[in-house]
Design a protein around this ligand. Structure first.
Ligand code: SAM
Length: 272
């Protein structure tokens, strides 16, 4: 089986679990959203164009639209190769007003919507880890962004994945064919923990942080690399309110590392 087929198959199998995930939404709200808002503080445009590349079911696209509307953005797109996710995004009705969600290869959708070098801001949230050919993905993404436009690339922190692999919580898949020797170190199933039940697994390709930086640097000036871990305050609130995954729980395979090291990394690039 080729790496790309394997990634598509895993998403097909876990699509239902992903759109109904609970704890990951907490993770986003408590840790990822405040960090994204911080990164977006300085951004202002007139009639700005925003593209969310690999938008999944559109949850994050909707969150970002709410933030970006106040910063002069007025065109919003969410694209993904997974048809099931895009259907779900489109089905969300009224709350999607003003966002174009579509499914396909990024290299086709850029033509369909005439978006070549038009975006002031693009996000790629937890997508690079998902793609066997990350170089190709980055090349396709950067085409959307205008000169001096911004890319916020968010991914699982490779060191966190390494810790999960060490305790066998991340299931390494040795059978997956290595499509490009230098594009990932190993393929695996990444656990998504859910309070009260065992994790489900999604597609994952491990790379070193320096590999991501090297690939992005070809097209972007890297402005910031920021690891995300919960503050002591957040951990205390989570412990009290039982907010998964930020407290110790039988099925929480992220614990205790999630409290100790960065589990996510944001890389901010400005298009050359
Ligand atoms: C972990 S999900 C994240 C979804 C969403 N960005 C979020 O943060 O909730 C990864 C998504 O990347 C999409 N994806 C992976 N490779 C892609 C590619 N080459 N082009 C477009 N989407 C891709 C998958 O279909 C999946 O929806």
């Amino acid at each position: 089986m080729k790496a790309k087929d394997w990634a598509i198959n895993i998403w097909k199998r876990e699509e239902k679990n992903w759109v109904n995930r609970q704890q990951d939404l907490n993770y986003r709200e408590c840790l990822v959203h405040p960090a994204l808002e911080k990164q977006l503080r300085g951004i202002r445009t007139n009639n700005g164009v925003f593209v969310d590349l690999g938008c999944g079911d559109g949850t994050e696209t909707r969150f970002l639209k709410r933030v970006l509307e106040k910063k002069g953005f007025n065109q919003f797109y969410g694209f993904d190769i997974n048809n099931g996710f895009i259907k779900k995004a489109q089905d969300s009705g009224k709350i999607n007003k003003g966002i174009v969600f579509d499914c396909g290869e990024l290299s086709d959708l850029i033509k369909k919507y005439e978006l070549y070098e038009r975006a002031d801001l693009a996000t790629s949230l937890f997508v690079m880890q998902d793609e066997p050919n990350c170089k190709g993905l980055i090349a396709a993404m950067q085409n959307y962004i205008k000169r001096k436009g911004v890319l916020l690339a968010v991914t699982v922190h490779p060191q966190f994945a390494e810790q999960l692999a060490r305790k066998d919580a991340l299931k390494i898949d040795n059978e997956v064919e290595k499509s490009k020797k230098d594009d990932y170190l190993y393929a695996a199933k990444y656990p998504i923990t859910e309070a009260g039940r065992s994790p489900f697994y999604v597609t994952y390709f491990q790379r070193a942080l320096s590999d991501y930086v090297r690939m992005l640097e070809k097209h972007f000036h890297i402005e910031e690399i920021k690891g995300l871990k919960p503050s002591k305050q957040l951990l205390a609130i989570a412990e009290k309110g039982k907010i998964a995954p930020f407290f110790e729980e039988k099925h929480n395979v992220y614990w205790p590392k999630i409290a100790e090291i960065s589990s996510t990394v944001i890389i901010k690039g400005v298009k050359k």
